[in-house]
Design a protein around this ligand. Structure first.
Ligand SMILES: *[C@@H]1O[C@H](CO)[C@@H](O)[C@H](O)[C@H]1NC(C)=O
Ligand SMILES: *[C@@H]1O[C@H](CO)[C@@H](O)[C@H](O)[C@H]1NC(C)=O
Ligand SMILES: *[C@@H]1O[C@H](CO)[C@@H](O)[C@H](O)[C@H]1NC(C)=O
Ligand SMILES: *[C@@H]1O[C@H](CO)[C@@H](O)[C@H](O)[C@H]1NC(C)=O
Ligand SMILES: *[C@@H]1O[C@H](CO)[C@@H](O)[C@H](O)[C@H]1NC(C)=O
Ligand SMILES: *[C@@H]1O[C@H](CO)[C@@H](O)[C@H](O)[C@H]1NC(C)=O
Length: 820
């Protein structure tokens, strides 16, 4: 638990709805933070008043205190400041207007309403950098709407910041014909960016990509298609955002104010990724309902910029050259990714694109040094230089491999289309709507050096034999199965072993290689000599580490000390590489590994919020809505492992300890794919199994076939734990009242008697969502059926949880009660 608090202490803006112990920490922190930038409330800023960057105060607050005007330190360099207006009472704060975003000023710069009524920004040398362009103002004021005005009188404004928007609109503000918003370059670089939203004089509202540095417009990627004079983009006082056409028509962006300005702070911003998003922030905990106390994106145009921004033969697209863009249903940002064996030219400026990490030149070109990696649902439309029809994938790959110009071939299985592409690749996009497969040329020699890019499937030519899904799923579990069976003195071990050996042969021939190989020394340095222990699991100890390069990456290093004695060195690498093939946002990503002599370590991305257990059974509990999202996330992750990844994986050890939470409290399943590496004769391993008592499906104890349904069972148990914030089996006596000893039976009894209120007592938030509670509990009861064939598949589970299909009444589980 200390670990979590520590984490929050460094990130007071963590998206956590707080429960009491946190509120205290949080309040203390907010005070420290606001003390350094504290502003004073001003109804009127009178002539002669001066504000100094890094002075005290260095901002003036609006009468309500919601907005501040003053010097806002840059995220990227806190010694430089924007003259800006920002939301001051939110966390994080949000800049809504700035005067000098292309030319930030240093400490000592001043803002003054001069004696002749001008608002003037001077840098530290006293040179004027900016002025509002109006004179004779009797006062300036930052209104509670966030509008900075220069006024002759309280009704006569000479100048207002609402007329000179940067990238943001606020409720009460309109974008009139001829004006525009321009995105900033990146999240941290405030200079003029790559996208523009223009209310054109012809009556059209248009989003353009721009060429840098000149800023000329390329072809629009979104527009209202309207004409007429007087059309304007309106963000009205009640929070409706729409384009009002002069003939009375409205083109809605977020036209109905579901979120009132009374309960929510709001803003609409043209973000650095080219998406115009409406954000809201609940003013107080209760008004937000299920929304977290942070800036939530609730509406956007275009709906999927990765799909929509495609310009023929000019520009790089949303992401930079040689990269590709994925929206993946995420409201708040798009994701730019490099192909395998490519890396960002500048990781802080991803729009600059990716470069090859290997050398491909035509002089002395030898096709034997290269291979092609297929990545599904990726395409770079246009920029082809050769096109074939009626070829198969092998032929398509061969043509690209033999051609020293070709860096990618795009294959379309429908008609055997094959497009060859050379650098730079542009308008790259990934999504289920792209029914193409990209065959990406990489170097064989440094095959294992790059980080995993995206959903890479399997490798090159011929080798791939279709595997029986259930068969290979069984395989994944077989190590663990063996373990149990050994423990139970069963005799079926040898058969499974032999079968596994055969399957491995096949995998060996597939050289999937998108993991980074670390040396032991590198990891020793990264973890500072294995000092910071994060936890201990069935496989060994996990340490925290940091990869120091031009971007700092936190990692978790798992030191495997209880491995099966592997006959063959390649076996370990093969297992690990198979894990490296999995890519899903609800799985913990494997970054690389080390296999050096007796040292075997796995390197994962670091999950700042640790295991789910810390937020279920301790003092700090997650809110109901967060728990719902976590359940859905785990279900999707498991569905991916069972049915969507190239080699199906049965986890075999689903429990809250194996679900980690990232910085956004997204559930990420860990420790998958490793079960068969466990050393079966190790006593601590046996202890490890006992530790998961309570989650283990009954068939483990009956020498029955082990299928994906063992995970469904464990998922059902865990779901009840997440719903009720209670362990299935309490380990300490006296923790629960006697009539509710085992959660699954207690839950079933409550369900049968129609008394979910007993189950959810003390959780008003969940009870106010009783229909969902009912549905979730019913699904859980389906999952914990004794007969594996009665349990639904994870596909069915996710559909029922999401409410896409009705949930029938489950059969009785009492028979399974007697059998244990
Ligand atoms: C601000 O100043 C103007 C002009 O001096 C005055 O008319 C107005 O009442 C002042 N407003 C407040 C809230 O003090
Ligand atoms: C400011 O006021 C003075 C005196 O009333 C006037 O002469 C001058 O033109 C005004 N300046 C502007 C920019 O309005
Ligand atoms: C108003 O103009 C828009 C486009 O300019 C058009 O689609 C719409 O039909 C017009 N509505 C009326 C009522 O004329
Ligand atoms: C804002 O727009 C919505 C939708 O057109 C409308 O219902 C609401 O009355 C408007 N509010 C104000 C203050 O104009
Ligand atoms: C939260 O907002 C709602 C709606 O404005 C209001 O009724 C309630 O009193 C507020 N609660 C607190 C604690 O400020
Ligand atoms: C990959 O190999 C090429 C030569 O084949 C070399 O120049 C390049 O530095 C290697 N890349 C990395 C990341 O080691």
């Amino acid at each position: 638990m200390r670990h979590h608090i520590h984490h929050l202490a460094h990130k007071p803006s963590a998206n956590l709805i707080m429960t009491p112990p946190f509120i205290l920490v949080f309040l203390l922190l907010t005070q420290v933070i606001t003390a350094t930038t504290a502003g004073q409330r001003y109804a009127n800023i009178t002539r002669g008043t001066t504000l100094t960057a890094q002075g005290s105060p260095s901002s003036w607050l609006s009468p309500s205190g919601d907005f501040a005007l003053g010097f806002y330190p840059l995220d990227s360099d806190t010694s430089l400041f924007l003259l800006a207006v920002w939301y001051d009472s939110t966390s994080p704060k949000a800049v809504v207007w700035s005067a000098n975003r292309d030319a930030p000023v240093a400490a000592g710069s001043t803002l003054q309403l001069t004696s002749d009524g001008r608002l003037s920004l001077k840098d530290q040398d006293g040179k004027q950098v900016w002025n509002a362009g109006a004179a004779n103002a009797s006062f300036a004021a930052l209104l509670d709407t966030g509008n900075l005005v220069l006024a002759a009188s309280s009704s006569n404004f000479l100048w207002q910041s609402f007329d000179f928007p940067t990238d943001t609109l606020l409720p009460g503000q309109v974008l009139t014909q001829g004006s525009s918003l321009r995105s900033q370059l990146t999240d941290s670089d405030t200079s003029d960016g790559r996208f523009q939203l223009v209310a054109q004089t012809d009556g059209n509202l248009v989003l353009y990509p721009l060429a840098l540095p000149t800023g000329n417009q390329y072809v629009a990627y979104w527009s209202t298609g309207t004409t007429g004079s007087g059309n304007q983009l309106v963000y009205n006082e009640t929070g409706s955002l729409y384009y009002a056409v002069s003939n009375g028509t409205i083109v809605g962006i977020s036209p109905t104010s579901t979120y009132s300005t009374g309960n929510f702070y709001q803003r609409a911003r043209l973000d650095p990724d080219g998406v115009f998003r409406q954000y809201i922030y609940p003013k107080n905990g209760t008004a937000g309902g299920s929304l977290r106390k942070t800036w939530n994106a609730v509406a956007k145009v275009p709906l999927d910029i990765c799909r929509d921004l495609v310009v023929e033969n000019v520009g790089s697209g949303v992401c930079g050259f040689n990269s590709y863009c994925s929206s993946d249903g995420d409201q708040t940002r798009i994701n730019c990714m490099c192909p395998p064996q490519y890396s960002f030219i500048d990781p802080d400026k991803k729009y600059k694109g990716c470069k090859q990490d290997f050398l491909q030149i035509c002089e002395g070109y030898n096709p034997g040094e290269f291979e092609l990696i297929p990545v599904d649902n990726v395409d770079w439309p246009y920029y082809d230089y050769e096109y074939y029809t009626n070829v198969d994938q092998d032929r398509c790959a061969q043509y690209c491999l033999e051609d020293c110009f070709c860096v990618v071939a795009i294959f379309w299985s429908n008609d055997g289309g094959c497009w060859k592409k050379r650098q730079p690749l542009a308008h790259g996009r990934m999504g289920s709507y792209v029914d193409r497969r990209a065959l990406i040329k990489v170097s064989k020699s440094n095959a294992s050096l790059t980080l995993p890019p995206g959903p890479v499937t399997t490798i090159t030519k011929k080798q791939r034999t279709p595997m029986n899904r259930v068969g290979s799923a069984l395989l994944w579990c077989s190590g663990f199965l063996n373990l149990i069976l050994v423990a139970l003195m069963s005799v079926t071990v040898l058969g499974h072993r032999r079968k596994r050996g055969q399957m491995l042969q096949r995998q060996t021939s597939m050289s999937v290689v998108n993991l980074r190989v670390f040396s032991y020394q590198e990891l020793e340095e990264a973890t500072n000599g294995f000092k910071d222990e994060l936890g201990r699991g069935a496989f060994g100890v996990v340490y925290k580490g940091v990869l120091a390069s031009n971007i700092r990456t936190d990692i978790a290093v798992k030191r495997l000390d209880r491995l099966l004695h592997l006959d063959n060195d390649k076996e370990f690498t093969n297992e690990v590489r198979s894990i490296g093939q999995t890519h899903h946002k609800n799985l913990v990503k494997l970054i690389g590994y080390c296999d050096e002599g007796s040292h075997r370590l796995l390197v994962y991305e670091y999950m700042s919020n640790g295991a789910l257990t810390g937020f279920l059974f301790g003092d700090v509990k997650l809110q109901w809505e967060q728990r719902v999202q976590i359940i859905l996330g785990i279900a999707r992750g498991l569905l991916y492992l069972h049915e969507e990844c190239s080699t199906p994986i049965v986890h075999c050890d689903i429990k809250p300890q194996n679900v980690l939470l990232d910085d956004k409290f997204v559930a990420r399943i860990s420790d998958f794919g490793l079960a068969k590496l466990l050393k079966s004769d190790h006593t601590r391993t046996i202890t490890g199994i006992r530790g998961t008592r309570g989650y283990v499906a009954p068939e483990w104890f009956k020498s029955m076939a082990i299928t994906k349904k063992v995970d469904v069972y464990s998922f059902g148990v865990m779901m009840l734990e997440i719903i009720c914030c209670r362990k299935n089996l309490e380990t300490e006596i006296g923790e629960v009242e006697e009539e509710e000893p085992v959660l699954v039976y207690w839950a079933y009894d409550c369900y049968k008697d129609g008394r979910l209120d007993l189950l959810m007592k003390n959780d008003e938030e969940a009870m106010s969502d009783s229909s969902r509670v009912g549905r979730f509990v019913t699904v859980a009861i389906w999952c914990i059926q004794e007969d594996p064939s009665l349990r639904p598949s994870m596909h069915m589970v996710t559909q029922m949880l999401e409410g896409a299909v009705p949930v029938p009444m489950p059969p009785d589980i009492s028979s399974s009660a007697s059998s244990r």
